[in-house]
Design a protein around this ligand. Structure first.
Ligand code: SAM
Length: 237
């Protein structure tokens, strides 16, 4: 019989999910499937794949950062909520901002948050280049995450302005992680970051590598960054 999410979370990452949390994940999967029928949210729809590629993959962050109570986390380009929402379900005492540029995805996120009764979540309908200049967002986070949003030279311009000094950014990548990190060296330095390391994550029944690029925020980001919307991807540093 296929393993349940609770079994896999425990076996892979030592995360214990209560029956209530397991029920919240099931409800999230249901709402995702229902909305995906009319709104394009994710290409991954098969239940076992949602469990591993969306839920478990999101939880892998907890392997490298302790999800302490009160931790302030922002998920940049969260789409249908990954990795931010599974982390909040598993660790309800953290505070999560879900940043997303597409309005219909933000509507979905607001709906899921209400349905699951999640406290500690807020959505932000904006581009990362705008959020990085908002007084209540800039340098406001202990942990800044992104999965499948942009190549690292552009992505660090989205992520690092949002992290406080002493905080961390983590980009969830595949087998291009090391190459992207090398290409992003100058941008990381300009944004006040310092490359920390790349961690490899093992996931059940997944062949391709999943890697976490971990970057420390060590200095203030100059006020000129992030540049205006579109520039980080069109003219990467
Ligand atoms: N992180 C989710 C995941 O892994 O399932 C979604 C990945 S999806 C491929 C990329 C998402 O990032 C899209 O929903 C897109 O709207 C959002 N996005 C891309 N660039 C962005 C930006 N500059 N600011 C905010 N959101 C952005």
């Amino acid at each position: 019989m296929a393993s349940t999410l609770a079994q896999q979370a425990d076996e892979q990452f030592g995360i214990t999910l209560s029956p209530e949390q397991t029920a919240q994940f099931a409800q999230y999967a249901e709402v995702l499937a229902a909305w995906n029928a009319h709104t394009n949210l994710t290409a991954i729809t098969e239940p076992a794949a949602v469990q591993v590629r969306h839920f478990l993959d999101s939880l892998s962050i907890a392997q490298v950062v302790p999800m302490r109570s009160g931790l302030r986390l922002i998920d940049v380009g969260t789409g249908a909520g990954f990795p931010g929402l599974p982390l909040l379900i598993a660790f309800p005492h953290i505070r999560v901002t879900l940043l997303e540029a597409t309005g219909k995805k933000v509507n979905f996120l607001d709906h899921v948050i209400a349905q699951l009764g999640l406290r500690g979540a807020q959505t932000l309908h904006a581009r990362a280049e705008e959020a990085g200049h908002m007084p209540d967002q800039r340098a406001a986070y202990d942990l800044v995450l992104a999965r499948a949003v942009a190549r690292l030279p552009a992505l660090v311009e989205y992520l690092l302005p949002l992290a406080r000094i002493g905080g961390q950014c983590i980009a969830m990548k595949g087998d291009t992680a090391a190459d992207e990190a090398r290409d992003a060296a100058r941008a990381i330095d300009l944004m006040g970051g310092r490359f920390n390391r790349i961690e490899t994550i093992e996931l059940p029944d997944i062949d391709e590598p999943h890697r976490l690029v971990i970057i420390d925020k060590v200095a203030h980001t100059p006020r000129t960054y992030p540049r205006k919307p579109g520039t980080p991807t069109h003219v990467p540093l």
